[in-house]
Design a protein around this ligand. Structure first.
Ligand code: M6R
Length: 361
């Protein structure tokens, strides 16, 4: 049942405010400015002993993991990174007893992720799952974890699960932060930010008509570049994946800081750039990158917290806390991918050559 929407993708994009509400529900502890994650199976003493966090996932879940790693570093000050689960399992990675491994998967059935979890467990590592489908293989195999409670996601292209997974990571980061060195004050600030998310997502949805018009223009492009820096980079990656999966337009994501080390050579009017420009301490750097692109007559669509003079178009998204901004900044770009695909007459819920869960090697 698509409830009045023409595709599941559209329906699921619009379900995100409610979905985020669900992942937060019952987990916030205002008294101690932290969160309770019932299924984590990790006591405070163990949480304090973690020296690194390694996040493993594929596709969109890997991108959510990149955002998660960034939030864990920022809020809990634990070195963290994300890696595609398949790469991890084939490179015979060193398994370290003081590292917390986190497997991320919407379906909980992705074979590369499951195989990585099994190999880690065999070597005695502690593995958590950040999973949507309750009781799925990865959820069962993990030592504990967080359900992302996005509800069923039917479209092959993941949208609401991405957002909820990012929120689940914010909860994990806050929890780890508060058993370590994150202050009560910062804990409160993050909790307030989390509570603002559902309403801010609804505000983004109100801009759909505007995004649709932009999509109609960009649908002519043969290729697009997505750039972002630090917090914005995983957002750029995910937006680029979304566009290519559903519209079949080639798209490439790059850290904005790497532009001058190669991709600037591509810039010309026929290659539009989407720039993720959060209003944080890197704003000036991002403006400079846009200037470089303009100087080479590139066209720019910025996703930012305020109108960007350097860009040809800006989609203005509501500002949250710096650490949580990545959760919101990709959402208008889900709409952009959707409307681009619609303009091009693509099979939105079932893009060619793709399956909802990749249960083979
Ligand atoms: O179910 P999972 O989260 O483990 O799936 C991982 C990827 O296969 C998945 O995110 C894929 O990239 C989607 N098509 C993204 O839209």
């Amino acid at each position: 049942d698509m409830g009045g929407h023409d595709t599941y993708m559209h329906k699921e994009i619009h379900e995100q405010a409610d979905a985020v509400d669900r992942v937060l529900r019952g987990r916030i502890d205002d008294r101690f400015s932290t969160v309770h994650l019932g299924g984590l199976n990790l006591d405070a003493r163990e949480a304090r002993r973690i020296r690194r966090v390694k996040i493993l996932g594929c596709g969109t879940s890997y991108h959510a993991g990149m955002i998660g790693a960034q939030m864990i570093e920022e809020l809990a000050r634990i070195p963290a990174d994300a890696e595609p689960a398949s790469e991890f399992r084939y490179r015979n990675a060193v398994v370290d007893p003081d590292t917390l491994y986190v497997a991320v998967s919407q379906s909980g059935e992705t074979y590369d992720v499951l195989a990585a979890v099994q190999e880690l467990k065999r070597k005695g590592a502690r593995v958590l799952g950040v999973v949507n489908v309750v009781g799925s293989a990865i959820a069962r195999e993990a030592d504990g974890g967080i359900y992302v409670h996005a509800g069923p996601e039917v479209c092959v292209v993941s949208t609401k699960c991405f957002t909820n997974t990012c929120v689940a990571f914010a909860l994990l980061a806050l929890h780890l932060g508060r058993v370590r060195d994150l202050s009560v004050r910062d804990g409160k600030r993050i909790i307030e930010g989390l509570r603002r998310l559902p309403e801010q997502i609804s505000e983004i949805m109100e801009q759909e008509e505007e995004v649709k018009k932009l999509a109609e223009q960009f649908a002519e492009a043969r290729s697009m570049l997505f750039i972002g820096r630090v917090r914005g980079y995983p957002v750029a990656r995910e937006a680029s994946l979304k566009l290519k999966e559903v519209s079949y337009i080639h798209a490439e994501a790059y850290p904005a800081s790497e532009l001058k080390h190669g991709p600037l050579a591509l810039i010309e009017p026929a290659l539009p750039t989407v720039a993720i420009v959060p209003d944080d301490d890197l704003l000036e750097k991002n403006r400079a990158a846009m200037e470089e692109i303009k100087a080479r007559s590139g066209r720019i669509l910025a996703v930012a917290h305020q109108e960007q003079a350097k860009a040809d178009h800006t989609i203005v998204v509501p500002k949250n806390e710096d650490e949580l901004d990545p959760i919101l900044m990709g959402i208008p770009l889900q709409l952009l991918a959707y409307h681009t695909a619609l303009t091009l007459g693509r099979d939105i819920d079932k893009p060619r050559n793709l399956a909802k869960s990749v249960t083979v090697e």
